[in-house]
Design a protein around this ligand. Structure first.
Ligand code: ADP
Ligand code: MG
Length: 464
């Protein structure tokens, strides 16, 4: 019993020595789950709660543990690691079995590649997704700047850079652009761009094939690691632990990490607390849903490109405004809609018009085909600025009523299909007044960000 007590104590001392040597994340992932089992005939046996942890610890820290232990007890000649599945680890208990964690999908994972390396499919940066053809507007300006900066700044001032936002707003596009530009600026640096899913698949295959060590090796000389859709490893405890390990390993050496996700770090529920904290510890930039102006500029750019490539294609300029108003806010859908329309126009050899868009893209047009009425706009704007509805129609020129009136006219023009004279009539004005209002509000939106946000909020509110 006394001998056992000494061993337990020695183990504690070895642990303390390891803890001083390792970062907190690695220590918690690899050493903490181990427990002393026995010392028999010069062999110390440590128990690990899974094969994965056993293999990793053995390959990464086995030799060090042995030499530390021998410095305390020269009778120890060997340190062995045993798997004790289901045994409660010393701390931080809930470490479920790997099969359960990565559960249902694990059966479909590929086995090791013939050369013994786990499959980890890097993504090749695609020239189609460059900074040059990323249209910048208020909703994505900050993310764009963060991405641009990360691509060139190899002092890696912000680490990691975390880009997040709903699907279709350009996260993957920006990651491609960063990877590509960094490679252009520093061709000697190793840039690794992967999806979180590929990380998961590769890692699980590595665990199965006893190749976690080789898996780690793949990250060794990386100067920049980009991981797309990192939310995909939420709830995958072992994969997260491995990712945290690699994350720490790279950031400690000042290597740049760029991540994308559909949520901000604090919303990654089910992600290991330490990892979540680390993910949010650098520069966090979000991509907002597009606004009308950004949609219009993206559509303009794409239309311009399409017309340049397809000389026969004829596009009514009104199509751009129509789609910018009526198609959902993600860019993927927007681009898809335009392609569909242009293909139809090409095949039928007819110009792409608003009528054609209405017919061909019915399924994509915003369900707020729910007609927004002029009255509704007048009422909401009046409410918002605390004026009377009658003031919308009055001829008072005081700024307090004139400006909201202009905003209402502008919204009528952008949210309804009504013509300028028609809108004019509803405000007891003529069409030139409406035209002037639209011009003035457009100007103000581009120069006054508070004003712009106000109008945008109203618009969103009306669109429901
Ligand atoms: P996410 O990864 O956020 O889901 P993607 O990066 O895949 O979105 O973008 C979807 C599509 O929209 C891609 O074809 C991309 O090139 C395009 N896209 C997104 N944002 C922009 C933008 N600001 N300018 C030009 N194209 C964009
Ligand atoms: Mg993406």
């Amino acid at each position: 019993m006394e001998a056992r007590a000494k061993c337990v104590e020695d183990w504690e001392l070895v642990r303390q020595a390891l803890r001083r040597d390792m970062n907190e994340g690695s220590f918690a992932s690899w050493i903490d789950p181990l427990s002393f089992e026995q010392l028999d005939d010069g062999t110390v046996t440590l128990a690990a709660p899974s094969k994965f942890i056993r293999d990793s610890v053995e390959s990464m820290h086995g030799a060090q543990i042995k030499s530390l232990w021998r410095s305390l007890d020269t009778d120890v000649r060997r340190v062995a690691f045993a798997v004790r599945v289901g045994e409660t680890p010393q701390r931080g208990a809930e470490r479920p079995n790997l099969r359960l964690v990565d559960g249902s999908t694990s059966e479909t994972f590929e086995s090791l590649a013939p050369n013994g390396a786990p499959p980890l499919k890097p993504i090749t940066p695609d020239a189609q997704y460059s900074f040059d053809n990323f249209v910048v507007g208020r909703p994505n300006e900050f993310a764009f700047k963060a991405a641009w900066r990360a691509s060139e700044d190899w002092s890696n001032q912000f680490n990691p850079v975390f880009l997040y936002g709903p699907s279709g707003l350009g996260k993957t596009h920006l990651l491609h652009a960063i990877a590509r530009r960094r490679q252009e600026l520093h061709p000697d640096q190793r840039v690794l761009f992967i999806s979180a899913e590929s990380f998961l698949v590769g890692f699980v295959a590595a665990v199965r094939g006893n190749a976690t060590f080789r898996f780690k090796e793949m990250f060794r000389d990386v100067e920049m690691l980009l991981v797309d859709d990192v939310h995909q490893i939420v709830g995958k405890n072992y994969t997260q632990a491995e990712f945290l390990y690699i994350f720490n390993y790279l950031t400690e050496q000042g290597k740049q990490i760029i991540l994308s996700s559909d949520r901000c770090p604090t919303d990654l529920e089910g992600m290991d607390e330490r990892l979540r904290t680390r993910l949010g510890s650098g520069l966090v930039a979000d991509l907002h849903p597009t606004d009308f102006d950004l949609r219009r500029r993206i559509l303009e750019t794409r239309t311009h490109d399409a017309v340049a490539k397809t000389p026969d294609l004829e596009v009514d300029p009104k199509v751009v405004d129509f789609l910018a108003q009526r198609i959902a806010s993600d860019v993927r859908t927007l681009g898809g809609a335009l392609n569909r329309l242009f293909s139809f126009a090409s095949i039928t050899k007819s110009p792409a018009t608003v009528e054609m868009a209405q017919r061909q893209l019915q399924d994509l047009l915003r369900y707020t085909d729910r007609k927004i009425s002029v009255e509704e706009i007048q009422r909401r704007v009046a409410e918002r600025y605390g004026i009377r509805l009658a003031d919308m129609l009055s001829h008072r020129r005081a700024r307090v009523v004139a400006r909201p009136r202009q905003i209402a006219m502008y919204l009528c023009k952008t949210l309804t299909q009504k013509s300028l004279p028609e809108i004019g009539r509803r405000f007891h004005r003529d069409h030139t007044t409406v035209m002037h209002a639209v011009k003035r509000v457009t100007e103000l939106r581009s120069t006054d960000s508070v004003f712009d946000e106000d109008v945008e909020a109203l618009r969103r509110n009306l669109e429901g």
